[in-house]
Design a protein around this ligand. Structure first.
Ligand SMILES: CC(C)(COP(=O)(O)OP(=O)(O)OC[C@H]1O[C@@H](n2cnc3c(N)ncnc32)[C@H](O)[C@@H]1OP(=O)(O)O)[C@@H](O)C(=O)NCCC(=O)NCCS
Length: 379
């Protein structure tokens, strides 16, 4: 159900600065320039090969360059997705769709750093996306989020769960592996499972909407003088078949390039009776298993799926299984207690977004709430 959107070639110009889409040659140059930052453990050639594969799979990919007096001083990439939002003050829950953009690979060569180029590029890119009609732009900051906050982005939850496998029981995984009422997710069966997940995400939006709508009703009561802390709208991304295919292709490319055996073929699990599901990817760069999408109908399903993720991680000698935790409508606190895990605040990958969801456009309102924030990988 991915909405088809044309790639737009547009240019933003100020007296000295131009932001425009990079040519193929510029994109290749940017990739080699940023290799020391993100490329290892691949070789530079493998890293470029990975970019070629990656960009063929990811949706609406656009590389960008910022020119200062005609010279390239900064670069980044965006990709467009069909995302969702709803208004809290609607009398009935309605899920709307629109295009969002995600920013990745924000980069300035060392010789040009500290001159304000990245800030200028991010401000121009934000204006560009707003003009094109994006409903929001998100990114995942690995630097001090203040940098992006100054350019208009708002920081959201950075809660994670990190399972240390040296502390996780070995026997539990054997029990889960024996189960016959589960479907392991692979390249042949993931598409219908993803479509089911989109329906489930709609329910996550609805539960959040009901929660805030109820608060709004109470606040509007004449006897109430509660503080105005209720978001005007909720927005977020949806799992798509393209995103899952992208993860699969990246994992397989890394394992082949690094000669890791067996090449992974399993990317998650579904519990047949309840439709609980989990999608993961094997991160061979940081040697951990990351769960990027997770919905569980009850704590037993949750534990079964975690046990299977642990088994997959142990297959590759990884030390940790991780996932982001930001929606209690999807994973309830008692599920974590059931597997003896706690929420931690992670250092990197800080979710940040700026939105222009009507009627707040064209101002940067900061009153929307980014929900359903799922691990996004750009290794
Ligand atoms: C991060 C990076 C893009 C910044 O580029 P830049 O052109 O030097 O940034 P600017 O000159 O626009 O810096 C603007 C502000 O950000 C701050 N800043 C720069 N690098 C920063 C960093 N790594 N962490 C936090 N703040 C940073 C600057 O101190 C400056 O602050 P000020 O406005 O209070 O003076 C550049 O250092 C880089 O390419 N780093 C390697 C790749 C990377 O980490 N990218 C970000 C991935 S999320």
């Amino acid at each position: 159900m991915q909405e088809q959107t044309d790639t737009v070639t547009t240019t933003t110009t100020t007296p000295q600065y131009t932001l425009r889409q990079a040519t193929d040659d510029e994109f290749k140059q940017n990739t080699f320039d940023s290799y020391p930052q993100w490329g290892k453990p691949l070789t530079p050639e493998q890293y470029w090969g990975r970019e070629v594969v990656s960009k063929a799979v990811v949706t609406n990919h656009r590389p960008w360059v910022l020119l200062y007096d005609g010279k390239t001083v900064s670069s980044c990439e965006t990709y467009g997705e069909n995302s969702a939002y709803c208004y809290i003050d609607d009398d009935q829950f309605t899920m709307h769709r629109g295009r969002s953009e995600s920013v990745a690979s924000v980069f300035v060569s060392e010789k040009y750093r500290g001159k304000g180029y990245a800030s200028i590029m991010m401000n121009m890119l934000r204006e560009q996306c707003q003009r094109e009609g994006a409903i929001f732009v998100d990114l995942y900051s690995d630097i001090n989020p203040q940098f992006y906050a100054k350019c208009g982005w708002t920081e959201y939850s950075r809660q994670s769960v990190i399972i240390d496998l040296s502390q996780y029981p070995a026997t539990a995984t054997a029990t889960a592996t024996d189960r016959t009422d589960i479907t392991m997710i692979d390249s042949s069966n993931y598409v219908p499972i993803v479509h089911m997940e989109i329906e489930k995400t709609t329910l996550v939006f609805k539960e959040r909407w009901q929660h805030f709508r109820q608060q709004l009703n109470q606040q509007q009561h004449p006897d109430n003088n509660a503080a105005d802390g209720i978001p005007t709208h909720l927005f977020g991304k949806l799992l798509t078949p393209e995103r899952v295919a992208w993860h699969m292709s990246q994992v397989q490319l890394y394992s082949q390039s690094l000669q890791i055996q067996p090449v992974p073929t399993c990317f998650g699990v579904k519990i047949n009776a309840t439709d609980s599901s989990m999608f993961w990817f094997q991160d061979f760069r940081d040697r951990e298993l990351y769960i990027f999408h997770l919905t569980a109908a009850n704590k037993e399903d949750f534990k079964t799926m975690i046990d299977l993720a642990v088994a997959e991680a142990r297959k590759y000698g990884f030390n940790e299984v991780k996932f982001w935790y930001n929606d209690s409508d999807k994973i309830k606190p008692e599920y974590l207690e059931h597997i003896g895990q706690k929420i931690v605040i992670r250092d990197g990958s800080v979710p940040m977004a700026v939105d222009w969801i009507p009627p707040n456009a064209p101002s940067i309102s900061g009153k929307g709430m980014f929900i359903n924030i799922e691990k996004f990988v750009w290794v």
